[in-house]
Write a protein that binds this ligand. Structure first.
Ligand SMILES: CC(C)(COP(=O)(O)OP(=O)(O)OC[C@H]1O[C@@H](n2cnc3c(N)ncnc32)[C@H](O)[C@@H]1OP(=O)(O)O)[C@@H](O)C(=O)NCCC(=O)NCCS
Length: 198
């Protein structure tokens, strides 16, 4: 399976998530978010995702769903002995004008064994570059106040935080939005090579 090398030195690759990745990605999510429920939720979502046909069509060409989406897995090493490190995703909303270029970040996490080494930053930058390549002009993120490390990362990469809905996730946990404009020239050093379908 073709993958985009996003870090040559560390042999990090990003590729669209396939059927055989569902279990490892669910485990990464459970470990990163710290609850078995989150792992189960990701497992359930991926089952629906894989059955929906979205995984087989690039996000910008999905017209059979109101929420075009693609999930990706970050892996380290060659295909035969690669190790799953993290996950990311992009989605958009079909009812919004395409030319506005509004994209959203899907499940985003790094395996705790690999956190604190810049993997998250690399993965988010690659996701932003990929989004730009797909015509994205703004990337928005839904998150929660307790995800402190993620919030620091979003601020560090230039996202603006906007408080949204109080007690949305549960009592005391608000829905928080981050958003950022994307400029096509910004990622010229980090763009998926032609011929790799992501
Ligand atoms: C958010 C998340 C993806 C970040 O992943 P990560 O790989 O740890 O990210 P980075 O390594 O780029 O940055 C994390 C920290 O390590 C630091 N760091 C990066 N490289 C480093 C290095 N070589 N040496 C020491 N520290 C380093 C960063 O400065 C950052 O510090 P800070 O948290 O004090 O700001 C990860 O914490 C995670 O999976 N969290 C749970 C899931 C989650 O919250 N997802 C977001 C949902 S909206």
């Amino acid at each position: 399976m073709k993958a985009w090398v996003i870090d040559t030195e560390r042999d990090l690759r990003l590729r669209a998530l396939g059927r055989h990745d569902a279990e490892i990605v669910s485990q990464i999510a459970a470990r990163a978010f710290g609850t078995a429920e989150t792992g189960e939720c990701v497992r359930r979502m991926l089952r629906i995702y894989l059955a929906s046909g979205c995984a087989d069509i690039p996000l910008e060409r999905q017209e059979h769903t109101l929420l075009p989406v693609t999930y990706y897995i970050l892996v380290q090493g060659e295909a035969s002995r690669e190790r799953g490190i993290g996950l990311t995703g992009l989605y958009r909303r079909l009812w919004e004008e395409e030319q506005e270029g509004n994209y959203w970040l899907g499940w985003f996490a790094v395996d705790p064994d690999f956190q604190g080494q810049g993997m998250g930053e690399r993965l988010l930058r690659a996701t932003m570059a990929l989004c730009t390549a797909k015509g994205g002009r703004r990337l928005s993120i839904e998150t929660a106040p307790e995800l402190q490390s993620a919030r620091r990362l979003y601020r560090r990469l230039g996202f603006t935080e906007a408080p949204a809905i109080p007690d949305y996730w549960k009592e005391g946990s608000d829905l928080i939005l981050f958003h950022r404009r994307l400029d096509g020239n910004e990622f010229h050093d980090l763009l998926p090579p032609k011929g790799i379908s992501l």
